[in-house]
Design a protein. Structure first.
Length: 400
């Protein structure tokens, strides 16, 4: 029997009919440690006990619900957070996600929705010995070359590590990673990352598309309807298992931020933001940088990559970009449009079609940088601890 998740509730001005705790008490997967309406009591309790799940009612006018979310995010990084609100407007959901909510459910709570949210958090908390580095790549705008970099970076990492490198196309609607390799994948993310699908190494090893050069590809769904079936918990499980299978996992991200993107960047070693030396591109890269920080990606794990350097459209310099972001440029890839585009049109990597291309050599050097200092740390399971202070403070709320 699976261990119950330890739950705490916060509602500064919660509903009374039914009580806020009612739908959570009906779930066998949860152990309710307590509930409170006092933000200081909540903070004191969270300092005293490890908690698996916090559910927060977000509709109080004082904004203390969002305070509780941010406090939990900063003090218990492995804790799942469920935001609850009677307002399902997309702006409210985005605000909740940026504050740190992993899941969002509408009040009054539908038990199926709550069960799904808890299942996603449970999947995220599954402890695995992840050896692989996850590298997410996102373009500041369409056409900056982020997918080209993702594909060729995966090839270079596979060659350097002498092992398979996983490559995931998370642009579920318009991704073209498979096209860049001129392949039609037998299985796609819609076959793998759906609700209820159990993902393990044996299953995933049969589902990935093995490409020449050591790339293990997971392609986007074949149609838009398939894209809608991909779930955040499926993405989390899939990436976790890929981390066990491969020393590197490269994820080509879309430029839209959602719970799917959050699942990918959550445990990423690096997030590479690809931009060009134009005002609009750097401006978009700045917005992406800010959103990634709002999604709790540490700033030191976000890197700026400049593509197509020394092109004839440049209006700003790399030094100006470094000054703007207050950090060195991680990689500068020269403009070699003709040979890069030829390789794309032929559906083959630059290492095969144009091995001496300055762009290919720069991506090879970037792969070497990512190889340096490879971490061998293994995630450890949370050790059981007593309920402690939280139990003493909040038990009266759970039993009231």
């Amino acid at each position: 029997m699976a261990q119950k998740l330890r739950l705490c509730l916060f509602a500064a001005s919660g509903p009374s009919d039914p009580p806020f705790a009612s739908p959570f008490e009906q779930m066998d997967q949860l152990e309710l440690l307590g509930e409170t309406a006092d933000i200081e009591e909540f903070r004191e309790g969270m300092r005293g006990t490890p908690v698996d799940v916090v559910a927060v009612f977000l509709d109080d006018e004082s904004g203390q619900g969002f305070e509780a979310v941010e406090y939990t995010t900063n003090t218990q990084t492995s804790c799942g957070i469920i935001g609850v609100s009677s307002d399902s407007n997309p702006a409210k959901i985005i605000k909740a996600m940026r504050a740190g909510c992993n899941q969002f459910v509408h009040w009054p709570i539908d038990q199926t929705d709550l069960r799904d949210a808890v299942a996603r958090i449970a999947a995220n908390r599954q402890v695995t010995a992840v050896a692989g580095k996850r590298i997410c790549v996102i373009g500041s705008s369409g056409g900056v070359g982020a997918t080209t970099i993702s594909c060729n970076l995966a090839m270079e990492l596979a060659a350097l590590s002498k092992d398979d490198c996983a490559l995931v196309d998370l642009d579920l609607e318009f991704g073209d990673v498979a096209c860049a390799f001129d392949t039609d994948a037998k299985y796609t993310l819609s076959d793998i990352c759906t609700d209820g699908q159990q993902i393990d190494r044996e299953f995933l090893s049969k589902a990935v598309e093995k490409l020449p050069g050591g790339v293990a590809l997971l392609a986007r769904p074949n149609d838009v309807e398939g894209a809608r079936s991909v779930s955040p918990e499926g993405i989390t499980q899939m990436l976790s298992v890929l981390g066990e299978m491969c020393p590197f996992v490269v994820v080509d991200l879309p430029r839209t931020f959602s719970f799917l993107s959050a699942a990918a960047v959550q445990s990423a070693e690096r997030v590479l933001v690809v931009a060009q030396l134009s005002v609009s591109s750097v401006r978009n890269a700045t917005r992406i940088f800010q959103v990634l920080q709002q999604m709790k990606v540490p700033s030191e794990q976000i890197e700026i990559v400049l593509n197509r350097c020394k092109a004839n459209f440049e209006r700003i310099t790399p030094d100006e970009v470094q000054e703007h972001f207050k950090r060195p440029i991680f990689s500068m890839i020269p403009n070699d449009y003709k040979r890069v585009q030829t390789a794309l049109d032929l559906g083959c990597p630059m290492s095969a079609e144009a091995p001496n291309s300055p762009a290919r050599l720069a991506i090879h050097e970037m792969a070497q940088q990512l190889m340096q200092g490879e971490s061998e740390e293994v995630a450890a399971a949370d050790e059981p601890q007593s309920a402690g202070l939280l139990s003493r403070i909040w038990r009266r709320g759970a039993s009231a």
